[in-house]
Design a protein around this ligand. Structure first.
Ligand code: CR1
Length: 825
């Protein structure tokens, strides 16, 4: 560091004036000097980029100040390690955080620009798959809003989650080129690039003090280049950092090869290195076990740990690390950070093993986000040892010492030791990353009450018996800034009018709305807002997907990743069942509650059944939407490319939220919370956070159906035979028969045969077992919706009673139960 002498450089960094004039000046300066155009010659993209940079200027002073304070006060930080951060668009959130919405709108209007056009220009960074990545984004928003020092560490994928298109009803994936029009929210820092090693072997040597040590002799390396993002708190002047890593070659090209004329070969190293952060793996909840994926994981955690030590442990005393940071492991993806920190402490910082282990155990905590056994990551030792030989040795030693403890605690119980081993021997020798995280982590948490209970009872049973105090729950939450204030300005305005300000950072205050459920004027205003939100959605869908929707239908929405356990197929069976009853004359049209069904879902490109389900949904939509008989009562729409941006328009418009996973399979769900907070009623199973939503909003305001988790387990144990449900329920039979008959596939019976057979003879997630109860619950929905007053009352109560689901509350729970950090004063 150097000592500046100019008085301006010594003064605190300042923000531009918080006024329309100030904003206009800043905006034009950006256009002229950064984009290099005049206003009259500028494109929408120039304007958007300049607007983003202008807003950024209002944040940077606070950001720099924040970072300085954290360093100076040596405050303990949260290091949130996550392979995914599904941020959504940045502009709206930054304008809100800086309280610049009105000023910016006026300033741009004075320049002859409609801010809405510029907002629409932003491409969201899709650096995540679904709930897990979005949760990380909500958490860092909450920490900034609460003033808790946090640095998010992740990967800057050049291509995020694929852009979904439909071609003849089938999903076709397109690359997500989110960076192509510029990325105004990031600050690259090539000077802070970190080297990351891979491959090679290890060797022992004796150091100067006569101590026998190990060193890693890697075979190749890449550079990790950091990009900083500001994470602004909501109107509190706090700005935290998100640091995403991009891989680059250590040597851009091989000059002799280049000079010899083989240009393609000369840049091979570069291409190889850059591949590491080229693209997000599109598997949600089910890992693929690909080598490149392990490279991504190690790459970003190695960069992050090095970075933290270099930037925050300035005196080099690594033994103080537990006072300075707690690294939260967002699922197993970053768990290789555990042996990496051990390697750094033992091999590089030369601590002895036990001291290093004592530090490491305090520096990590682990959140598990799943229960599906196939979703728990394991890495074959062959692969891990080839890529990270030193890390595998460290893992073996951690495991040996851990198993020695287990054997001492449970003598004569070799089976238990085998079950708890971090190393699995069958079907192939591999490392169970969830076990490694559990052994190393100071705490282990699930993401909803039921999920945490099942973790203790089932997935990590032996561990919870051995270390009961290690296990805890933190129920997920969502940020009300994005999912209420930005997504639903109408409702937020009504709430502020009613309660005053303050509720956005103290969401339990929504409880004060409770009496207004009985107030006809309030309900009236509430219903009008819902209608306006529907209109806004229908305009968007018209423009975006070319579909026209009727205004007065019940809007029934299921949006989430396409996965068998989430059971989009159950929703679809219900739709087909209604349709079948109409076309066969079993029910009269005037008995049907007019409904529009909306699906939004991406399927992992290699997940066959999921993709077939998408095709079936689109095929059913095509037939139903073009059948004149049902045109006034049924519509099925499936807008392509569901993402955070679309969610923000969709969720506030919904009347009914579909949360229908098989009990015990959805760890939490977070979409369920967003719907309830926006006044949709839920139809759902007793699964994940649904359980807590139902308890809080009350049974009368929630449509519960389906097997409970213990019943699922029991049915599984005694043997589940889905075709028995088909044989004994005539309506279910008629529904499946209609699909099998080729009615939705131009008469071709073979098209959906695999899907139908799968339901009839396998049905891993028991859609058929829950069908009847689901249809009955849907009939209760119809009955309830027929009484608009009562429905509105329930909807208001859903909002009033869902304040618990703010991610601010989740963060408080993490702080109290796991992190023990303090807000910055
Ligand atoms: C779970 O499936 C949960 C999110 C966030 C997902 C979902 O129920 O709400 O995590 N899990 O906790 C996941 O993506 C890899 O696992």
């Amino acid at each position: 560091s150097f000592q500046p002498t100019h008085p301006l450089a010594l003064a605190p960094v300042t923000s531009p004036p918080h006024s329309v004039d100030g904003f206009v000046r800043e905006f034009l300066r950006e256009l002229n000097t950064d984009a290099g155009v005049t206003l009259s010659r500028s494109t929408v993209n120039d304007q958007y980029l300049s607007l983003a940079r202008t807003v950024r200027h209002y944040l940077s002073a606070r950001w720099l100040e924040n970072t300085r304070k954290v360093r100076e006060t040596k405050a303990k930080m949260v290091g949130y390690l996550s392979a995914e951060f599904l941020l959504g668009r940045q502009l709206g959130n930054a304008l809100l955080a800086t309280d610049l919405e009105e000023i910016a709108e006026k300033a741009l209007a004075e320049c002859g620009i409609d801010i809405a056009t510029l907002r629409a220009q932003e491409v969201e960074p899709g650096l995540g798959n679904g709930g897990l990545g979005r949760l990380a984004a909500c958490f860092i928003d909450s920490l900034a809003t609460m003033g808790v020092p946090c640095i998010g560490y992740g990967i800057r994928y050049e291509y995020g989650i694929f852009r979904q298109t439909f071609v003849d009803g089938r999903q076709v994936e397109q690359p997500d080129t989110w960076l192509s029009l510029g990325s105004p929210w990031e600050f690259p820092h090539p000077e802070h690039a970190v080297q990351v090693d891979f491959g090679g072997h290890t060797e022992t040597y004796t150091d100067g003090d006569g101590v026998e040590r190990t060193r890693w002799v890697p075979a190749w390396n890449v550079l990790g280049m950091p990009y900083n993002y500001m994470v602004p708190g909501y109107q509190n002047g706090q700005v935290n950092t998100l640091r995403l890593w991009s891989a680059q070659a250590t040597k851009a090209f091989d000059l002799p090869t280049f000079n010899s004329g083989d240009y393609a070969d000369a840049v091979r190293a570069q291409t190889f290195a850059e591949n590491i952060t080229k693209v997000l793996y599109p598997e949600d909840s089910t890992p693929q076990g690909k080598e490149l994926r392990l490279q991504q994981q190690y790459f970003f955690v190695a960069c992050s740990i090095r970075d933290f030590l270099d930037r925050f442990i300035l005196d080099g005393d690594v033994t103080t690390l537990p006072e300075r940071v707690i690294f939260q492991l967002n699922d197993t993806h970053p768990v290789i950070a555990v042996p990496e920190l051990m390697r750094v402490l033992v091999d590089i910082e030369k601590l002895d093993w036990d001291a290093a282990w004592a530090i490491t155990k305090q520096c990590f905590a682990y959140t598990c986000h799943t229960l599906l056994p196939e979703a728990l990551e394991v890495w074959p030792t062959e692969l891990l040892g080839r890529l990270l030989p030193r890390h595998l040795e460290i893992i073996y030693r951690i495991n040996d010492e851990f198993l020695a403890e287990v054997r001492a605690a449970y003598p004569d119980d070799e089976l238990r030791a085998r079950q708890m081993s971090i190393i699995a021997e069958y079907p192939e020798r591999s490392v169970r990353m969830a076990y490694l995280a559990t052994v190393a982590g100071s705490k282990v948490n699930g993401v909803a009450e039921l999920h945490s209970q099942l973790l203790r009872d089932k997935v990590l049973h032996d561990f919870s018996e051995y270390w009961p105090e290690k296990f805890t729950n933190v129920t997920n939450g969502v940020t009300p800034r994005r999912f209420m204030r930005l997504a639903n300005p109408g409702l937020s305005g009504l709430i502020t009018e009613t309660l005053g300000t303050g509720w956005l950072t103290d969401l339990e205050r929504l409880a004060e709305l409770e009496p207004y459920a009985e107030d006809a004027d309030f309900r009236d205003a509430f219903v009008k807002i819902k209608e306006a939100n529907k209109t806004r959605l229908y305009r968007l869908l018209q423009a975006r997907d070319g579909v026209a929707l009727p205004g007065h239908h019940l809007l029934d929405v299921m949006v989430k990743r396409l996965h068998e356990y989430k059971r989009q197929s159950l929703k679809l069976l219900h739709i087909v069942s209604i349709y079948e009853q109409i076309i066969t004359g079993k029910v009269a049209l005037d008995q049907i509650t007019p409904r529009t069904f909306v699906f939004g879902a991406k399927a992992a490109p290699g997940y066959r059944i999921a993709k077939e389900t998408i095709y079936l949904i689109n095929s059913v939509a095509k037939v139903v939407n073009s059948d004149p008989l049902v045109k006034d009562v049924l519509k099925v729409v499936f807008p392509a490319n569901y993402n955070v941006t679309l969610a923000e328009t969709l969720i506030p418009a919904a009347d009914l939220s579909e949360q229908i996973s098989l009990a015990g399979k959805e760890a939490s769900g977070t979409g369920n919370m967003k719907f309830a907070l926006n006044g949709a009623l839920t139809i759902g199973t007793d699964d994940g956070a649904n359980v807590e939503i139902r308890k809080l909003v009350g049974d009368e305001h929630f449509f519960l159906f389906g097997l409970a988790e213990p019943e699922v387990a029991e049915l599984q144990a005694k043997g589940y035979h889905p075709h028995e449900y088909y044989e004994s329920d005539p309506q279910l039979k008629a529904t499946l028969d209609l699909i099998a008959s080729g009615h939705f596939s131009g008469g071709d019976r073979s098209v959906f045969e695999p899907l139908v057979s799968n339901l009839l003879y396998d049905d891993r997630f028991m859609a058929l077992a829950d069908f009847k109860d689901y249809a009955e619950a849907q009939a209760r929905v119809d009955a309830a919706y027929a009484d608009q007053e009562t429905w509105a009352r329930s909807a208001v109560l859903n909002v009033a009673r869902s304040g618990f689901f703010s991610s601010d509350r989740s963060m408080r729970d993490y702080i109290d139960r796991i992190w023990h950090t303090q807000p910055l004063r």
